[in-house]
Design a protein around this ligand. Structure first.
Ligand code: IMP
Length: 426
């Protein structure tokens, strides 16, 4: 059966959780491959709202197996809280969650470092989620991080490694950042308790995935964040510290490009961004406010208001290229319902040049728009692509032309039944 790789094509918050939920019923195993609990994937099922930060949204479907790969950084408390909340709400996790022994662990000093570094940056702050994500990836690249394998393995070795880490981190915290360090004994005790509860989920995910692939199981690989937050391909340094792009799927769970049958990009019908950094089509006016209010654009993890703007075709076409996206799911089309005119950014003016390809540095680029007539009628009650207003179809077709790929899925609201196929994907 075919595998789908699902990737955010903007700055995150494209509605990936909802689309993963929509597609999960058709796949056997759903895999998260990067990021951590900086993500917030919202899924609405009937009147119930679920916000998932670490566990793939596929967990909401009975009998589906969810996997967290080695590219993810795990805050054990956040993971346990999520397991507890889902269990309390009647979702059975038992035997359905596999966590990579190779995944790195987030410790309290990572969160403190994330916070103090942001404060030190002052007005140049990145606007991180302060969940310790960046510092945990730093330790991984420095080859001093602790993995789930260490956490649930030999206690003496874990004790020694953690002690060494905390010794170094406390020097950094106290001498460089002039803040209080952490107490080794209490962190050790706290994490040993987490280890007891998490041990049963931890396994060799590489073998697990390949064994299942040999049994013809199908996979959905669930990206978090988005292409423009990728540490290499995003608007650096205003990015996250992982690879939410296609390459991240291979390194983040140990599969090869041979697994790719279909790459599905997710993009909102307009653009949002949370945190700092350049955003060419940002609207600091009534229209931006309107998009924010109608779209309920507040972060699912931090509650921060999201910045809003028109659809940026350069940015999404860039995501299409970087990821080899086969088709796009366009979410939140209904938010544009009341607009008389809708704009799409088709080029940037940078200095005296007009460009139509997303550049390395977008600071000071000015958006050039084309204007499309709005459909000015509700779409949230529509359940089939062919029932969309003609002008909404025109808008979708124009997005397809400008980004160079077909649109396979459209969504017009938060509920499961408000998502429909335009073109069937694998
Ligand atoms: P970090 O990932 O917490 O280090 O934050 C780095 C940047 O990525 C900040 O601008 C965050 O707002 C942004 N970011 C991280 N996770 C998400 C997400 O799930 N959705 C949208 N933005 C995110």
């Amino acid at each position: 059966m075919a595998n789908v790789f699902l990737i955010g094509a903007q700055w995150g918050d494209e509605g990936k959780g909802k689309i993963v939920d929509f597609l999960s019923s058709k796949k056997d195993i759903i895999v998260r491959f990067q990021g951590g609990n900086n993500a917030g994937h919202t899924v609405n099922i009937e009147e119930k709202k679920f916000v998932l930060h670490l566990i793939p949204s596929g967990i909401l479907h009975k009998n589906k197996i969810c996997v967290i790969g080695c590219g993810v950084v795990i805050d054990p408390k956040a993971l346990l809280d999520e397991i507890d909340e889902l269990t309390q709400r009647g979702i059975d996790i038992n035997n359905r969650l596999k966590v990579s022994a190779r995944a790195h662990v987030i410790f309290p000093y990572h969160k403190i470092l994330d916070n103090v570094k942001e404060k030190k940056r002052g007005s140049d702050m990145i606007g991180t989620t302060c969940r310790g994500i960046g510092p945990a990836y730093v330790d991984k690249a420095m080859r001093m991080g602790l993995r789930m394998h260490d956490l649930v393995g030999d206690k003496e070795i874990f004790y020694k490694k953690l002690k060494q880490n905390i010794k170094e981190k406390n020097v950094l915290l106290e001498k460089v950042f002039e803040t209080e360090g952490v107490d080794f004994e209490s962190v050790y005790k706290e994490y040993i308790e987490y280890a007891e509860k998490l041990r049963k989920y931890v396994c060799d995910v590489v073998s697990y995935i390949h064994n299942n692939a040999e049994e013809e199981k199908s996979f959905l690989f669930e990206g978090a964040q988005g292409t423009l937050l990728d540490v290499d391909f995003g608007t650096y340094p205003y990015v996250t510290s992982s690879h939410p792009t296609i390459g991240g799927t291979f390194t983040g769970c140990g599969v090869s490009p041979k697994y790719v049958d279909n790459v599905l990009g997710i993009a909102k019908a307009y653009t949002t961004r949370v945190g700092k950094g350049p955003f060419v089509t940002e609207l600091n006016d009534e229209i931006g406010k309107n998009l924010q209010e109608k779209g309920r654009e507040f972060g699912a993890t931090t509650g921060r208001p999201r910045r809003c703007g028109w659809f940026d075709a350069l940015a999404v076409r860039y995501a299409v290229r970087v990821n080899g996206i086969d088709s796009l799911a366009i979410t939140k089309l209904d938010i544009l319902d009341g607009f008389k005119e809708i704009k799409i950014c088709t080029s940037y003016k940078c200095g005296d040049k007009v460009i139509d390809q997303f550049p390395v540095d977008v600071t000071n680029c000015i958006p050039q728009y084309e204007t499309i007539e709005g459909w000015n009628s509700p779409t949230d009650n529509i359940r089939d692509y062919k029932d969309l207003p003609e002008k909404a179809v025109k808008y979708i077709n124009r997005l397809s032309e400008l980004t160079g790929v077909k649109i396979s899925i459209v969504s017009v609201g938060a509920k499961r039944q408000q998502t429909f196929f335009k073109d069937m994907i694998l």
